[in-house]
Write a protein of this length. Sequence first.
Length: 213
Amino acid sequence: MSLAAAFTLLNPGPPSTSQVLLRWERAVLTVLGHVPPQQPLARHLPEEVLEVFAAPQVLAGQSLAALQARLAEVRSLKAALPKLHRLASWWQGRFEGDLDPLSRFSAEDLRLELRQLRGIGPTLADQLTLYVFDLPVAPLESGLIRITLRHRWTDESTDDEEWQSLFRGAVHQDATSLRNFHAALSPIAKHFCTPSTPQCDNCPLASLLPAAD
């Protein structure tokens, strides 16, 4: 069975709880680890700090040290704040503060440029490319790697180019389908295809497991 069969089996649509959010808000949510970004930022941060993240120019216009001092009590921001500050500065330079810009990049150019921002590693860059700019990139995440390895859709030698080709082919190059597919696979990786004790019998993809050797 192929990865395309998994897409057909799951038949993923948009998450039922998702809302239409501007790209900047989706970017902040993604860096904070809320992937897929479905609910407004107000659901995840105290009201008194929301103004800091209202627009990239507001965030970029303050020094990182000042922000860290001001937001020291918000633990969920501690690790993400330096990344958000760099992303805001990049966003301001690229899009002049537009909260919902259309991407002027190809998927490959954008993910490579985002990776140049300190703290924005390959996985986060790909998540931003997919969920914020709606470009067809499949994040190379540990949970998805487990799923594809256990179903023998990939092996240890699969490189990034092959990974992207596999996922894009499964959804016929459609970015919306890829986003919905990724959003459907992520909880399977978290709750069923776990690192040490996979729950294969109850997994939604159980019917696609290869026969035991």
